[in-house]
Design a protein around this ligand. Structure first.
Ligand SMILES: [Zn+2]
Ligand SMILES: [Zn+2]
Length: 303
């Protein structure tokens, strides 16, 4: 549980030991990092006495704020997917191929990683995947209901993927809020775009870095639609269409979006974090199109 400062027990030296989340400023005892206190798999905040979480049934927990906009089944995900394809099109990066997007459980995602012939460089906790093999993937057909602190009654379906192009499907982990699902989708779609456009053998830093930039740009357009430097060729309002169609990005959702942006920007890993910062600096200086052109020619970011 999360206590008020005055309630946090002192250590042997009589001092208060306290950890603080760098974005949310949530203060907590170090002991909660090892006890069974639930941590939201999306926003990282710890469960507290006055904020109970929902168990997703695969070891993950979700706070109620993240649950509010959670994307729970494959059908649920399609409007978001269309909005992100529109976003790509608005940046002159139209994708003509029909790539299926499937929402999956954690187990199905991990099985799909094993089923791919080419190795992946991915995060310790993979949340999305761009597939190129013909596999059978267990997709979520119908969202589970929320029972007592638990999700029940999910219906899944084994879907056989057919290879029509170099990308057979994009998989995204279910149960994450709309903005995080979209950020993952935008990232994976960029892997797909690179593959379909013939970019090959990029280093993890370059490939993950540029994919994180697309993810970041999409999030930015969702969270602060007025402040985004859109390329001059973009079609009006394409990038913010998903939120405007829904008619709202609530204050809670906006704050979550800012957290996901923060996570991308300050990621400590060399490929994702270092790659993002290098890619972002290049895109800021030369623009996205020139940066991509340079990557195609040299396999590295322009400096
Ligand atoms: Zn959360
Ligand atoms: Zn990636």
């Amino acid at each position: 549980s999360v206590l008020f400062l005055s309630q946090i027990p002192t250590n042997a030296a009589g001092l208060i030991e306290c950890r603080c989340h760098p974005f949310w400023s949530q203060k907590y005892c170090p002991s909660h990092e090892n006890d069974n206190t639930a941590r939201c798999c999306s926003c990282e905040r710890l469960e507290s006495r006055n904020a109970r979480y929902v168990a997703l049934g695969d070891g993950r927990s979700l706070c109620l704020e993240c649950l509010e906009s959670a994307v729970m089944d494959t059908g649920d995900c399609q409007p978001l997917y269309h909005a992100i394809r529109d976003f790509y099109e608005g940046m002159n990066m139209r994708i003509d191929q029909q790539i299926p997007i499937l929402l999956v459980e954690r187990r199905a995602l991990n099985e799909a990683i094993i089923g791919e012939k080419n190795g992946f460089h991915h995060m310790p906790e993979t949340r999305g995947l761009c597939l190129s093999e013909e596999q059978t993937v267990t997709t979520i057909l119908r969202r589970p209901r929320i029972g007592e602190n638990q999700l029940v009654g999910m219906r899944t379906y084994p879907q056989k993927l057919i290879r029509r192009c170099d990308v057979t499907a994009i998989l995204v982990l279910y149960g994450l809020p709309r903005l995080l699902t979209g950020a993952i989708l935008a990232h994976e779609l960029m892997h797909g775009w690179l593959r379909l456009k013939g970019y090959r053998n990029l280093s993890p830093e370059v490939e993950e870095g540029i994919c994180q930039v697309l993810s970041y740009m999409w999030l930015e357009a969702e969270v602060m639609p007025g402040f985004v430097n859109k390329p001059s060729t973009s079609t009006a309002s394409s990038s913010s269409s998903s939120s405007s169609k829904k008619g709202r990005t609530s204050a809670v959702e906006k704050k979550l979006g800012e957290f996901f942006l923060h996570q991308i920007a300050y990621d400590a890993s060399p490929a994702y974090g270092g790659g993002f910062r290098a890619a972002n600096a290049a895109v800021k200086k030369y623009g996205l199109a020139s940066t991509l052109h340079h990557i195609r020619l040299t396999g590295s970011f322009p400096i």
